[in-house]
Design a protein around this ligand. Structure first.
Ligand SMILES: CC(=O)N[C@H](C=O)[C@@H](O)[C@H](O)[C@H](O)COP(=O)(O)O
Length: 235
């Protein structure tokens, strides 16, 4: 039985600070470990965590599978961009490592398949391929990925950019690959989560809508401005 089976049919919560705001006060290993403990108490079957330090802290705080990743750099490929980052996050304790599996150039000049090989040689971690299209998902599985996730749909030139999640990609991947498909990216509501499972998702990953007070508050404040009208006179 694989650790992926523990995630079947469940909600995985991504416990990460906002990538585009270096000042996010949630950028702290202790804080993320407490957030992870809270979401597990609430019923999350797994968590997704960025960086070796946060993975170490979260692994010590929860007893569910941790999907580790390592965001690094300003290049297009920034989710676990090199084999070195992948090995490091696995050695920090993550039983599953999420890796960008798009066909864009990687900072170490190696391929996704090279990264899978490096992980297999040095660790027992499974590989979750973060993709943006069905073609990338098929190629990732051919390269040895144990599961695929729709994480990068909406963030590459090859994928549609929408406000909501790419549920259609979940369905297309589920029909095309023989491995578990994770629905991830802009899931905010129970209806969207239900739709992903109906489309064939193995598990659904929700991030900012649960774990980022900064992101949630900014959205509410923006909608407040939208409702009242920007610059409307105070009464
Ligand atoms: C594109 C990218 O960098 N995605 C990252 C992947 O680890 C995270 O920043 C997201 O928060 C995560 O995928 C969950 O998505 P959402 O927060 O939309 O539920």
């Amino acid at each position: 039985m694989s650790v992926l089976d523990d995630l079947a049919g469940g909600l995985v919560v991504s416990c990460q600070p906002l990538p585009d705001d270096p000042g996010d006060p949630m950028r702290d290993a202790y804080v993320q470990a407490r957030v992870a403990a809270a979401v597990v108490r609430g019923g999350a079957v797994g968590v997704r965590v960025n960086s070796p330090a946060h993975v170490r802290a979260v692994c010590a705080a929860v007893d569910v599978p941790v999907i580790g990743l390592y965001k690094h750099g300003d290049a297009d490929v920034f989710i676990t961009p090199t084999a070195g980052h992948a090995v490091e996050v696995a050695l920090a304790g993550a039983p599953i490592v999420a890796v960008d599996a798009t066909d864009r150039p990687r900072p170490d000049g190696r391929t996704f398949a090279d990264t899978v090989r490096a992980l297999r040689d040095r660790t027992a971690a499974l590989v979750l391929a973060d993709v943006s299209t069905v073609e990338e998902g098929v190629a990732a599985v051919a390269a040895g990925a144990d599961a695929v996730a729709t994480t990068l749909s909406g963030y590459t030139a090859a994928s549609p950019h929408a406000d909501g999640p790419d549920v259609a990609l979940v369905g297309r991947l589920a029909a095309a690959v023989p491995v578990p498909v994770f629905a991830e990216g802009r899931y905010r509501t129970a209806e969207q989560i239900d739709a992903a499972f109906a489309a064939g998702a193995h598990a659904v990953v929700v991030g900012n809508a649960v774990t980022s007070p900064l992101w949630i508050t900014r959205r509410l404040v923006a909608s407040l401005r939208g409702t009242t009208g920007a610059g409307a006179p105070q009464r």
